[in-house]
Write a protein that binds this ligand. Structure first.
Ligand code: FES
Ligand SMILES: [Fe+2]
Length: 365
């Protein structure tokens, strides 16, 4: 299993950015023990409704804050107080900033040395998204959001949980530059293709006939907002949808992945039939994506791809992704160098009409 250092991405082991760590509805069942970025984390929803993510282990005696469902304090529903959580062992209370602010059998100030790390987190489009930075810096951009999420004509997704995969995320990101796999892998060879770098956003525009849907033309604009969250606007026939594909590092060289589709219904009051069609649309998109997933499961790492000029701008894509493994100043230099359009010799560019599907996308603001 190849690790970050093997790809020469930069000094960091894990990329900086917003990542999905759970589906919002999972938190309705109570606190969760999760593992990402090579560390164990405690995730719970406070009484305000806001999610909280803390390093998992209580400084008192090392107990995992959210891994017990049998402690009486948990069974009695007394673990969460406001947005704070009590350790299931001796009841020390951690607030959402990660500081101990109450010890049931101790008068006087709580030890500052008991503090643990708290992570920026949002409940966004049905997903719990965490900002991770190895150095603890605050978010430098907002988590991605589609305004269609709040429009009742768009049928909200439920995530496909694809589980964990022993692959470095670099191999997943390579897909953005990879024009030549779209025919053999997905049965949708491109008639046009381009990439565009825009700061922490990386865009792919492509289109071509899609075998799965009888050869109808499929137009897509796909973009990463940071290193872990891909959204793709896809238009074919009367269908318009957004696809979500998310990868989050679990350990160095291992990811967890999710998938979903937000589908536009035929009317502003979606019917049961519209909801069923949306489910089928997501299942169809999952089938297409599963082919990538299967290839990733069994492939060797491509530390140095034997890329031809006509493969696609892999070097650009990898350099863009490397900005998340370096300090902010170096990242800004990489962005300046790459910002703009990246094309493949001899490959047709999107016509103005194809650019029209970009209208209203978040990165156009
Ligand atoms: S180990 Fe957490 S309160 Fe004792
Ligand atoms: Fe793909």
């Amino acid at each position: 299993m190849a690790k970050a250092a093997d790809y020469g991405l930069g000094p960091k082991t894990f990329p900086t950015g917003w990542f999905i760590v759970a589906e919002s509805s999972e938190l309705d069942k109570g606190p969760m023990a999760i593992r990402f970025f090579g560390r164990d984390l405690a995730l719970y929803r406070g009484e305000s409704g806001n999610p909280v993510v803390l390093d998992a282990y209580c400084k008192h005696m090392g107990t995992h804050l959210t891994a017990s469902d049998s402690a009486m304090i948990v069974k009695n529903g007394l673990q969460i107080e406001g947005d704070s959580i009590r350790c299931p062992y001796h009841g020390w209370r951690y607030n959402s900033a990660g500081d101990v602010d109450d010890i049931p059998y101790h008068d006087g100030p709580c030890p500052k040395s008991a503090s643990i790390r708290s992570y920026p987190v949002v409940d966004n489009m049905g997903c719990i998204m965490v900002w991770f930075d190895e150095d603890g810096a605050e978010p430098s951009y907002d988590a991605p959001f589609l305004k269609e999420w709040d429009n009742p004509q768009w049928i909200r997704w439920q995530l496909d949980h694809l589980g964990e995969l022993d692959i470095h995320p670099q191999e997943v990101l390579d897909n953005m530059s990879d024009m030549r796999h779209l025919g053999p892998t997905h049965g949708a060879p491109c008639q046009y293709f381009e990439n565009e770098a825009k700061g922490h956003i990386y865009i792919q525009r492509q289109g071509g006939p899609m075998q799965l849907y009888g050869g109808v033309m499929l137009y897509t604009t796909t973009w990463y907002t940071g290193p872990g969250i891909l959204l793709s606007k896809q238009v074919w026939g009367d269908t318009v949808q957004y696809e979500l594909i998310a990868n989050t590092p679990v350990d160095d060289g291992r990811i967890k992945a999710w998938h979903a589709c937000l589908v536009k219904a035929s009317s502003s009051q979606p019917t049961a039939e519209d909801i069923e069609i949306a489910k089928q649309t997501q299942a169809g998109a999952l089938e297409a994506f599963a082919t990538d997933f299967q290839i990733w499961r069994y492939k060797q790492p491509a530390i140095k791809p034997m890329a031809l000029k006509t493969d696609g701008p892999f070097k650009i894509g990898r350099k863009w992704y490397s900005q998340f493994y370096v300090d902010a100043e170096t990242a800004a230099t990489i962005q300046q160098e790459l910002n703009g359009f990246h094309q493949i010799p001899g490959v047709t560019l999107p016509a103005e009409a194809n650019h029209a599907i970009d209208d209203g996308l978040p990165f156009m603001d």
